[in-house]
Write a protein that binds this ligand. Structure first.
Ligand SMILES: [Zn+2]
Length: 271
């Protein structure tokens, strides 16, 4: 599933190619992705210009003259900017064609992505208006998590994966950040000290920034007409490594279920 670093990599890949471009045509090849597609966009989008491409959580926001196109990659979606004449491949469900002959093409085998229009301020959209801070923003701090977690009995891992606390910390990055900060994933959120939350927040920011940097090497792929752009394997220390030697102490990595999610950690290094 595309996580925040892949979505940010996608944004960096497509933004310079489509910002400032005028929309000529919208082609919808399916009736619905996660939600039904709004066919009226085929009439209302042409003539508008994509002013900017920003990311909020895992949503890409294409700001246009009359509102914002909200895109989500879902479980399996990817975006490329290609020649509008390129033959479509299987699962190429949406084309946003520009007057310069290029095309933003959305491929989504599992059809769990989203394409929505918001005429008002996108920040007020129901999908966006309850989200917590961006993980790489100054607003997201150890003090903030510490304050929000007082008296909370929920385990720290699902706590940091809660989009109301901070957005974009998915299952892989939560496991990796807790390992880097030396915190057991099943400790009650309310039992963790302010200084350990500061370590955890530093680890979350470092790991996401490293993943985005790793994705930077794939940016040229956004122009390719086939294959999957922008996804990359990061070096993972504990995630998916049950039974492997811990990179710090060589004890085997454990796997437990926590909040219905596979959770990897080192019993020796994480307390
Ligand atoms: Zn260890």
């Amino acid at each position: 599933m595309p996580e925040l670093p892949e979505v940010e990599t996608t944004r960096r890949g497509i933004a310079p190619l489509i910002a400032g471009c005028q929309i000529a045509e919208l082609i919808l090849r399916v009736d619905k992705l996660r939600w039904p597609l709004d066919q009226s966009l085929c009439q209302s989008l042409p003539g508008q210009t994509v002013i900017s491409v920003v990311r909020r959580a895992k949503y890409l926001l294409l700001s246009c003259n009359k509102g914002t196109l909200i895109l989500h990659l879902g479980m399996s979606g990817s975006l490329r900017v290609i020649d509008a004449e390129s033959t479509e491949n299987k699962h190429d469900h949406v084309d946003l064609i520009f007057t310069n002959g290029s095309c933003l093409r959305f491929n989504d085998p599992r059809k769990f992505g989203a394409l929505l229009w918001c005429a008002g301020d996108a920040a007020d959209h129901p999908l966006l208006n309850k989200l917590g801070p961006e993980p790489l923003s100054a607003e997201f701090s150890g003090d903030l998590l510490w304050s929000a977690s007082r008296n909370r009995k929920i385990a720290v891992k699902p706590f940091v994966m809660d989009q109301k606390q901070v957005v974009g910390v998915g299952n892989i990055y939560a496991s990796e950040a807790l390992f880097r900060a030396g915190i057991r994933p099943d400790v009650a959120a309310g039992k963790i000290s302010r200084s350990r939350y500061q370590q955890l927040v530093a680890a979350i920011k470092e790991i996401l920034a490293e993943a985005i940097e790793a994705g930077g090497t794939t940016i040229s792929d956004f122009r390719q007409s086939d294959g999957k752009p922008g996804y990359f394997k990061q070096q993972l220390q504990v995630y998916g490594r049950e039974g492997d030697a811990c990179p710090h102490c060589s004890q085997p990595i454990s796997c437990i279920r926590l909040g219905q999610r596979s959770t990897y950690y080192c019993q020796n290094c994480q307390r």
